[in-house]
Design a protein around this ligand. Structure first.
Ligand code: GLY
Length: 368
């Protein structure tokens, strides 16, 4: 699998122009959803290389990461004369980079793609690392492929348009990257002043304060992406160490699915934050993750993330949802645990009793 480049932009327009003009292609296509068409495409519209681009716009939202919309993208590419020499630039959050990446992977057996993520979640996770796909048959990312984009352009100016909930959703993946890598990556994430990004301090101070905060954020985002890139370069197809990236997700996905069943959908990263609490508890029980660090992360998540309410009547359903995780092997729920920050233990089999005890631990931590 080819390696992708990730560019942390200081000037997105000129960096994109430079990159596109270094490539040979017959047509450029830009995939957006209706939100990124309105809020993000205008930022790129006057890039010279984008002038003759053909726009393809789909409906926004994960429920539209569907075979119907994928078929719509294929039709547009086909009807507008896309060939193997064409390029598809995906401008959006994870839904767009996943689906556009898969459209690119499959159209005429593969055309080149470029990702320009517009959310924190896509910047630090979905757009980087080559996983592409769509939801199918009621299952998330059921159909897909590993197909890295030529390049990912990350620009924190898009993050300024995010609301706090969506920002925190992506930030949970950054916390995960800190936990699976090192104290050096984790500590500044826990110290970063999230309130300064979202508080309504007096306008006279906000501009200078915000620009410092934005520079710090860009640095944290770059470090976080570097953690993921390093792991993906070692194990692009998730045969081994890439499973580290699943930390917090086995129980997190079950919370996310339960929240959909209860018609009170959680954002992905909020579910992952709750999953991190449970899986750190399992790490403490199974492989001796230090209790003081566990308490520090629980405190951080309690302070910053909304509570996910469930009770013991939900336990069997949550367990059942975990047994359906596509990362399980041989019918066994497959956990990634941590013996310490940066000390990853993959392929951990944990008893049902302990898994249910980790749900108790979450509820006790939040006082529910
Ligand atoms: N989001 C996890 C991975 O890319 O492997």
């Amino acid at each position: 699998m080819e390696e992708q480049r990730v560019v942390i932009c200081t000037d997105l327009k000129s960096e994109l122009q430079k990159f596109l003009s270094s490539l040979t292609y017959n047509k450029l296509f830009v995939l957006t959803d209706n939100n990124t068409l309105e809020k993000c495409f205008p930022i790129l519209q006057d890039v010279p290389a984008m002038q003759n681009a053909t726009l393809i716009t789909v409906k926004a939202g994960d429920t539209y990461k569907s075979v119907e919309q994928l078929s719509f993208i294929w039709s547009r590419l086909s009807n507008e004369g896309a060939s193997r020499d064409s390029i598809l630039l995906n401008l959006g959050g994870g839904m767009i980079t996943d689906m556009g990446g898969f459209a690119g992977a499959t159209f005429k057996r593969g055309i080149r793609t470029i990702n320009v993520p517009t959310t924190l979640m896509a910047s630090v996770d979905a757009a980087v690392g080559g996983k592409t796909g769509i939801n199918f048959n009621g299952l998330k990312n059921e159909i897909g492929s590993f197909y890295p984009p030529l390049c990912v352009f990350v620009d924190s100016q898009f993050l300024q348009t995010l609301d706090k909930d969506n920002f925190l959703s992506g930030y949970a993946e950054m916390i995960k990257h800190g936990l699976i890598s090192s104290e050096k990556v984790l500590t500044p994430l826990l110290q970063f002043d999230l309130n300064a990004l979202f508080s309504n301090v007096h306008k006279a101070t906000i501009n200078s304060q915000l620009s410092i905060v934005n520079d710090q954020l860009t640095e944290l985002v770059a470090q976080s992406i570097a953690v993921k890139e390093h792991i993906v370069a070692e194990d692009p197809k998730e045969k081994g160490i890439r499973k580290a990236l699943n930390f917090g997700h086995t129980i997190g996905h079950a919370f996310e699915s339960l929240s959909f069943i209860k018609n009170a959908p959680l954002l992905h990263g909020h579910a992952v934050a709750a999953g991190i609490i449970c899986e750190l508890y399992l790490s403490y029980k199974e492989v001796h993750f230090p209790m003081d660090k566990l308490s520090q992360i629980v405190y951080y998540i309690k302070e910053n993330y909304p509570l996910f309410y469930f009770d013991c009547n939900d336990y069997e359903r949550l367990y059942e949802l975990m047994t359906h995780d596509k990362k399980n092997e041989g019918g066994v729920i497959n956990f990634t645990l941590l013996a310490n920050v940066g000390d990853v233990r993959i392929n951990q089999d944990v008893s049902k009793d302990k898994i249910l005890a980790s749900l108790d631990f979450y509820r006790e931590s939040f006082g529910i």
